[in-house]
Design a protein around this ligand. Structure first.
Ligand code: ADP
Length: 478
């Protein structure tokens, strides 16, 4: 790394950060990117809300009032560390963050306006000032807006540059116009060129319009969101700001997701003993989940939110055919109640399927270890981490050719050199089923399959490359 960038100071602002709070890939990225940045000599720190489940911290730094309603609430800044190397600041406010879930609360606009403004107030009062604030998704979209519109005269704040990363454009943080009063922004931002979005106030637009650079989590998704099919109404704006838009493919935490050391697995394994290791993990998994303990049967898994984004409707569509075949299926996920009930009904009629409807990190790891195939039929997929995690454990992806999946999964039958999984393009049950049949054919040719397992396990999805790309971007900006 160049000498000058050693001093680079980056504050990652995010509404969820693994391992402190996680509902999905956003947390994986917000936790692992700063770790990789620190390893490469950047002074990277994190700021996030202090949720109910976070009960420990090392010290309390300060408190100050933040006024999103008529009367101010107190924000308390706690300091902790993650991974033993990354400083994390927690914005503590009982009223807004002591909740049963991270999002989906009726006062989300107030909660995340409070968070954003607390970040700014904290920086005003704290001796350490970042060169860059790296904001993530709509929950932090107010930060760039506030810096550029409200604090533009304050020299020490005005010189901070902002990066806004879109992890999922579908969730835009759009609220009734009145929400503007919580943000502290002037009414003048409520126009189409700024934060108005079809009559609502869009936190996401705050990030897109005002950040100095906008990134998405894969190069392909950066292109896709500029089209009507994937743009969720923001494609025009995204085309307009395209000179500052780029895509940086996420990595995965290869220390946390490592079959050689993973404490959740029934048995650890590496590339050399992958066949025996995966077999043992499959057998134990089958016993734990009440499936027939037969390691020869191909075990297919689905891990993730049960939402149409993830293609759960296609899964439901093909399950009757799939369960007629000699396979086993495990579904792990939570989400849309309709699909939770629907997939559960298959368990009532078939012993070849197990459905676990919860968020269970341990079981997810056991599935990455014990399954043969992971099903990822996403309608859209900004990056997708599960295909990369699965491959690290020698579990072969069957994925739809979209977003970050198209950047990471290559079809074995059409790309001999890079082929690492199976792809289909049309969002149709038949197309998905054909890809599954091709994968099962390969599965039956044992030598071919084992070499594919080993090939996938050797792929490098570490954060080192992605962190370097972010450092280049930050360095260009300061
Ligand atoms: P998302 O769009 O949900 O962020 P990603 O593929 O980017 O999807 O990341 C999903 C992350 O969440 C992965 O680390 C995956 O293992 C984890 N995950 C998803 N659902 C569950 C679940 N039900 N239990 C445990 N881990 C889960």
């Amino acid at each position: 790394m160049a000498e000058h960038s050693k001093k680079l100071k980056v504050l990652v602002a995010s509404s969820e950060v693994a391992p402190l709070a996680k509902t999905g890939g956003l947390a994986d990225v917000s936790g692992t990117l700063p770790k990789a940045l620190v390893q490469q000599g950047v002074d990277a720190r994190i700021i996030m809300p202090r949720y109910k489940n976070i009960e420990k911290w090392e010290r309390t730094l300060m408190d100050f009032p933040v006024c999103v309603e008529e009367y101010p609430d107190t924000a308390i800044i706690r300091e902790t560390q993650i991974w033993g190397s990354v400083k994390a600041y927690l914005v503590d406010c009982y009223r807004y963050f002591e909740r049963s879930s991270l999002y989906g609360q009726p006062d989300d606009a107030k909660r995340f306006a409070f968070f954003a403004r607390a970040v700014i107030e904290f920086l005003k009062r704290y001796e350490w000032k970042p060169d860059i604030i790296h904001c993530n998704d709509w929950q932090t979209g107010i930060i760039p807006a506030y810096l550029r519109v409200v604090e533009k005269e304050k020299e020490d704040l005005a010189k901070i540059r902002t990066v806004f990363t879109i992890h999922n454009l579908q969730y835009q943080g759009n609220f009734p116009r009145e929400a503007i009063k919580y943000t502290g922004l002037p009414e003048s931002v409520f126009r189409m060129e700024e934060m108005e979005f079809y009559g609502q106030l869009s936190f996401m637009k705050g990030g897109i319009v005002y950040a100095d650079a906008v990134t998405t989590v894969s190069p392909n998704y950066a292109r896709e969101i500029q089209t009507q099919e994937y743009g969720y109404g923001m494609e025009g704006l995204l085309r307009y700001i395209s000179p500052k838009l780029s895509g940086i493919l996420n990595g995965i935490d290869t220390e946390f997701f490592n079959p050689e050391t993973d404490r959740y697995l029934y048995q650890n394994y590496g590339i050399e003993n992958a066949v025996a290791g995966k077999r043992k993990n499959k057998l134990e998994l089958q016993k734990e989940l009440g499936l027939k303990p037969e390691p020869e049967i191909p075990l297919l898994t689905y891990i993730g939110r049960l939402s149409e984004q993830k293609g759960i409707d296609l899964i439901a569509d093909i399950l009757p055919k799939l369960l007629d075949m000699d396979v086993q299926v495990v579904i792990l996920g939570t989400g849309d109640k309709y699909y939770e009930e629907l997939v559960s009904t298959f368990r009532e009629v078939s012993e070849k399927i197990a459905c676990v409807l919860k968020f269970d990190e341990e079981l997810a790891h056991k599935l990455y270890g014990g399954a043969d195939i992971i099903l990822i039929p996403s309608k859209f997929e900004p990056c997708g981490l599960i295909q990369m995690i699965a491959m690290r454990y020698g579990t072969i992806p069957i994925a739809r050719y979209t977003g970050g999946l198209a950047d990471t999964v290559f079809d074995v039958d059409t790309n001999k050199e890079m082929g690492n999984g199976f792809l289909f393009t049309n969002y149709l049950g038949d197309a998905f089923m054909k890809a599954i049949l091709r994968a099962l054919e390969h599965f039956n040719r044992k030598e071919l399959w084992y070499s594919l397992v080993k090939k996938d396990m050797k792929l490098d999805f570490s954060w080192t490359r992605a962190a370097q790309e972010y450092i280049k971007l930050y360095s260009r900006m300061v």
